[in-house]
Design a binder for this molecule. Structure first.
Ligand code: GDP
Ligand code: MG
Length: 314
C-alpha cells in the first residue's frame, strides 16, 4: 500500500523547486566544462570530474561516474557536448538503480512499525518526525510520537508543537527524563492502543560515541521488550546542506549503530544536493526520505530516477 498519496505532478514540481539551487550550480559548472568544445574529450572529462566533485557528489562516486562516461565515449566514438547532460543523467540513474531497492512503501500490518530517529543536533530530526507523522496519519495510519530527546530544554516542546500540527498523539516525560524510559512508555502506549506507527525522537550527541552507542542500544532494547518480534527501523537524519559533513556523519553513525534508512534534509536551501547521489551510491543503506522545506508536507520518498531527472532537467 502506498503511504504517500501525493500526485505525481505536484510531487515533481516541489522536487524541481527544492533542487533548484543544486541544479543551477551543477549547470553552471557543466557549461563551464564544455565551453568552446563540440565533443566530449579528455579535457571535458577532466572538467566534468572537477564539476561533480565541487557539486559534493564525492570523489569515489565521481570517479565511478567518469569511468562510465569514458566507456560510453569509447563505445559511441563521438559524443557531442550537447548530449553530455542526458548521458550524465542516464549513467547516474543506471548506477544508482544497480543497487538493491527496498520496498519503501511497506510497513508491518500486524505489529506497530517503530521508527527510531537518530542524528546530530540541528540536522532536522524533529521536523522530519513531524512531517512523517503527518504523512502516515494522512495515509490512514494511527501514529504516536515519543519525546526521547530529553537533553535540551526546547526539544520536548518543539516535538509537542509538531504533534499538534500533525494531529497525532505524543508520549513525553519532560526534560531530563531517561530517554529509554520515554521510549519504553511510547512503545507500550502504542502496543496497548494498537497504534500502527510509533516514531521516537532522540538526542544525537555524537561527541561521545560510547555514550551514544550505549543510549541507542538501551533504547532499542526496551522497545524490543515491548515488541520482541518487531523490526525497529533506525532512521538516520542528515543535513544535505553540510555536504561532505553529512557523509562523515553517515560513516560515524553507521559505525556505532545499525542504521536501516537515511533521510536527507534541507535540500531546498543548498547547492550541495549532489551529496544525495554520493550517499546513495556509497552506503548500503537506502536513502528513504528527502526534506525539501520547513513545512509539514515538505518531505518526499526518495526516488533515485526522479531525483536525477529533476537535477539534470534543462
Ligand atoms: P533536530 O535538532 O535534528 O531535531 O533538528 P530540527 O528538526 O529542530 O531542525 C533544525 C532546523 O532545520 C529547523 O529550523 C528546521 O526548520 C530546519 N529544517 C529541517 N528540515 C528542513 C528542510 O528540509 N528544509 C529546510 N529549509 N529547513 C529544514
Ligand atoms: Mg530535535
Amino acid at each position: 500500500m502506498a503511504l504517500f498519496g501525493i500526485f505525481g505532478k505536484e510531487k515533481k514540481e516541489s522536487l524541481d523547486n527544492g533542487l533548484q539551487k543544486t541544479r543551477e550550480s551543477v549547470f553552471s559548472r557543466l557549461s563551464r566544462a564544455i565551453i568552446g568544445k563540440s565533443k566530449v574529450d579528455d579535457d571535458v572529462l577532466d572538467k566534468l570530474e572537477e564539476a561533480l566533485i565541487l557539486s559534493d557528489v564525492g570523489v569515489e562516486t565521481t570517479l565511478k561516474i567518469i569511468e562510465r562516461i569514458e566507456k560510453r565515449v569509447q563505445r559511441d566514438k563521438y559524443v557531442g557536448v550537447d548530449e553530455l547532460n542526458s548521458i550524465l543523467r542516464d549513467e547516474i540513474v543506471q548506477m544508482l538503480n544497480e543497487k538493491k531497492k527496498d520496498d519503501f512503501d511497506k510497513i508491518s500490518e500486524t505489529s506497530t512499525h517503530v521508527i527510531l530517529v537518530v542524528g546530530v543536533n540541528g540536522v532536522g530530526k524533529t521536523t522530519t518526525i513531524g512531517k512523517l507523522a503527518y504523512r502516515f496519519k494522512n495515509s490512514g495510519k494511527s501514529v504516536v510520537i515519543g519525546a526521547a530527546d530529553t537533553f535540551r530544554a526546547a526539544a520536548v516542546d518543539q516535538l509537542k508543537v509538531w504533534a499538534e500540527r500533525a494531529g497525532v498523539d505524543i508520549v513525553e516525560k519532560g526534560m531530563n527524563a531517561d530517554p529509554a524510559s520515554v521510549a519504553y512508555e511510547t512503545a507500550s502506549y502504542a502496543k496497548n492502543k494498537g497504534y500502527q506507527v510509533a516514531i521516537i525522537d532522540t538526542a544525537g550527541r555524537l561527541h561521545n560515541k560510547v555514550n551514544l552507542m550505549n543510549e541507542l542500544g538501551k533504547i532499542k532494547k526496551v522497545i524490543q521488550k515491548v515488541f520482541p518480534d518487531a523490526n525497529i527501523e533506525v532512521l538516520l537524519v542528515l543535513d544535505a546542506s553540510t555536504g561532505q559533513n553529512a557523509f562523515e556523519q553517515a560513516k560515524q553513525f553507521t559505525a556505532v549503530t545499525d542504521v536501516n534508512a537515511l533521510a536527507l534534509t534541507k535540500l531546498d536551501g543548498t547547492a550541495k544536493g549532489g551529496v544525495v547521489i554520493g550517499i546513495s551510491d556509497r552506503f548500503n543503506i537506502p536513502v528513504k526520505y528527502i526534506g525539501i522545506g520547513e513545512q509539514i508536507d515538505d518531505i518526499q520518498v526518495f526516488d533515485s530516477t526522479e531525483f536525477v531527472d529533476s537535477l539534470f532537467k534543462k
